[in-house]
Design a protein around this ligand. Sequence first.
Ligand code: DGL
Length: 260
Amino acid sequence: MFDSGIGGLSVLKALRAELPQEDFVYVADSGYAPYGERDEAYVVARARAITRHLLLDEAQPIKALVIACNTATAAAIHLLRQQYPDLPIIGVEPALKPAIAASRTQCIGVLATRGTLASQKFKALLASLSDQATFICQPCDGLADAIERDDTSQIRALCACYIRATGQFSINSGEIDTLVLGCTHYPFARTQLQALLPSGVQIIDNGEPVARQTRRVLTEHANEDHVGQITLRSTGDPALLAQAASRWLGLQTSVEHISG
Ligand code: DGL
């Protein structure tokens, strides 16, 4: 599995809970992050490079790939599936359908990267659901990067700015009662976001649905009676990933630096 950085750890957390018997190799592409404000060709090239790295590792051959990044899924999943037709590939996308099920006002805010919101894949998803709810989509430039750097004052300032820009939140009719976190970094700012929202407003991310989908895809290839091992690698500063894995997942695992 991979992400532009530490964000995909929010997906790894759900995957470990759902599939404790599976081994995971996590690559944080922190040397090339963030992805969200880059053009599509850049993100496709990074997704191809990391996938190649994972597939060439004979010591830990992968049986499936989770793209734990909304931006990379939107830009590259169809291309990777074309290139590797025999590899099961699971992606993440903003959890709009679960949000419709959770919302009473049917007015839903979506925070995501500029790249995700501009993608054809996201536009098609939005169009397919536009008769069921109103979606207010807010690009959050800089937020994934601030989370990556664990810059708490910047995280707080950007969360306040983007919540204000999204609109009026409340459980009253016509207002936004559900907020979708459409970037895997954003669950690590959940506390700051929740503090800015009136009570009753729900926050939805996609870690658990992705983990369930991965379990369904793996049914034929599942490990049994095995305690899953986690391998962490980074194209950037290994200390950043090690600290984030310890803080958010309680994992005390060394991180290997890899070249991109
Ligand atoms: N975590 C990624 C996502 O889900 C990308 C964040 C970034 O690199 O901008 O979109």
